[in-house]
Design a protein around this ligand. Structure first.
Ligand SMILES: [Zn+2]
Length: 81
């Protein structure tokens, strides 16, 4: 899914979980509709893949989560938990 301009600006062109700039895409936080950017997060391909397969989370890649949990962006907080 392509990202809205607002989301790109908020994320500063980086994955909102790990800060990677590779292959960013938009993820809508369920059960939200995604109509608002508060319901969306910008994630790199690795984080997107892991969000679909939580059992296969790479602890090394996700060590950033401790910081992400304190993000002021509610959608990022929801995903981090
Ligand atoms: Zn990432």
């Amino acid at each position: 899914m392509s990202m809205s301009k607002e989301l790109v600006l908020r994320a500063e062109g980086k994955c909102e979980l790990c800060g990677s700039e590779d292959e960013l895409s938009m993820l809508v936080i369920p059960p939200k509709s995604g109509a608002s950017i508060d319901d969306q997060v910008a994630l790199c391909s690795v984080c997107i893949e892991h969000s679909d397969n939580p059992d296969q989370i790479d602890a090394h890649h996700w060590r950033c989560l401790t910081e992400s949990i304190w993000s002021t962006v509610s959608a990022v907080q929801v995903l981090a938990y």
